[in-house]
Design a protein around this ligand. Structure first.
Ligand code: PLP
Length: 388
């Protein structure tokens, strides 16, 4: 077993769970188009609607308020728009406020002009600064249209839980709209759209053990919706044209059903492993900085900096040792990017953040091997620093 690789990059994507695989395979064997009225079509439609109910249940929403998309990135581009509909009337959002630690899918501002996208700063421990949000919204001229604000529930790099409900209270007091990226939160925290007081949530199947290629935009109600990003045959009640990716959607539903259950039990197991990992890391390299450790974090994430080790060198060094971890952000080109989250927290991103993220199949033996690998990489880095 000692030579097998260790996968600790669950925040990038979680391995497909068996329940989801089975749902995908079963759905692929159905011939009908879910929009067809014949019995083959209706059988396929039944799968899509069952998945919709399961995804809705994961976040306490109504099934009719789930719009399936291809990715959370697409869902973000759909909802982050100045062009909203309130029933049949058009409603304009004037400005978008995004927290400085949002995922690029959100930080790019969707369909807002870049001049209308504003950043909400975060504290040194990576928590959205609510008083800065208050100041930003208070400074808006009365005639500048609706404000849309997005704050993620769990940061994908640090794992730090964000004060979404408190942010929503500030936003709603000013008549604005609250969007929350809950991609890294579901399955790790109980998530309820009403309790969060969010107007919209973003979800993604592949972060919870579902297949890549399915995600959702979930709304609190049915009346207020963004204009469609993809227009076509009226699927998803006109909110997202194109035949549904039935197999991926069905796998998403299966993964959502698993993610909704046993959260406390999973957290106890995974959290104990993460504690064991961080204790071992601190013993091996007392100068390691674990970001956000003093804040409320999800149980599976450890984002750290080892002085003298860049993200680029670190990622390669760990990969060669058989450990798949991640730099704060990975560009689609496969290059290691500098972490905008570390910059937003006031750190020099050149210092190099690395993220270890655990999942349901992570074992104590893998954690012990990870600590041993970490100790070797940290020792080599010391030699390099001393030689320099
Ligand atoms: N939001 C967060 C917090 C993420 O971690 C990710 C994935 O990395 C996304 C959005 C984008 O999700 P998708 O891969 O479904 O576009």
């Amino acid at each position: 077993m000692a030579n097998t690789r260790i996968y600790l990059d669950w925040n990038a994507t979680a391995p497909l769970m068996s329940e989801a695989r089975q749902a995908v395979v079963e759905a692929m064997d159905l011939a009908g188009n879910p929009s067809s009225v014949h019995s083959e079509g209706r059988a396929t439609r039944a799968l899509v609607e069952a998945a919709r109910r399961r995804v809705a249940a994961l976040v306490g929403a109504k099934a009719e308020n789930v719009v399936f998309t291809s990715s959370a990135t697409e869902a973000a581009n759909q909802v982050l728009t100045p062009d909203l509909r309130m029933g049949k009337s058009v409603l304009a959002a004037g400005d978008l406020y995004v927290s400085a630690i949002e995922h690029a899918a959100v930080r790019m501002g969707g369909r807002f002009a870049s001049a209308r996208v504003h950043e909400i700063p975060v504290t040194a421990s990576g928590v959205v600064d609510l008083s800065a949000l208050e100041v930003l919204l208070a400074a808006r001229p009365a005639d500048s249209g609706l404000a849309m604000v997005t704050v993620m529930l769990v940061n994908n790099e640090t794992g730090v839980v964000q004060p979404v409900r408190e942010a929503a209270a500030i936003v709603h007091a000013r008549g604005g709209l609250m969007v929350c990226d809950a991609v890294q939160a579901v399955g790790r925290l109980p998530v309820d759209i009403a309790a969060l007081d969010a107007d919209f949530l973003l979800l993604s199947a592949h972060k919870i053990g579902g297949p890549k290629g399915a995600a959702a935009l979930v709304s609190r109600g049915e009346i207020l919706m963004p204009s469609a990003l993809i227009r076509g045959g009226g699927q998803e009640k006109g909110h997202r044209g194109g035949t549904e990716n039935v197999a991926a959607v069905s796998g998403f539903g299966a993964a959502a059903a698993v993610a909704a259950g046993d959260i406390a039990e999973r957290n106890a197991t995974i959290g104990a492993l993460r504690d064991r990992l961080e204790t071992g890391m601190r013993e091996a390299a007392p100068d390691v900085v674990i970001h956000g450790a003093a804040e409320q974090r999800v149980s599976n994430t450890c984002f750290f900096t080892l002085p003298g080790l860049s993200s680029e060198t670190g990622q390669i060094a760990f990969d060669l040792e058989g450990l798949a971890l991640s730099a704060g952000s990975a560009c689609s080109s496969g290059k290691v990017g500098r972490s905008h989250v570390l910059s937003a927290m006031g750190y020099d991103p050149k210092a190099g953040g690395l993220r270890i993220s655990l999942g349901v199949s992570t074992t104590p033996e893998e954690i012990d091997r990870t600590v041993a690998i970490f100790a070797r990489v940290a020792a080599r880095r010391k030699l390099a620093v001393q030689a320099a």
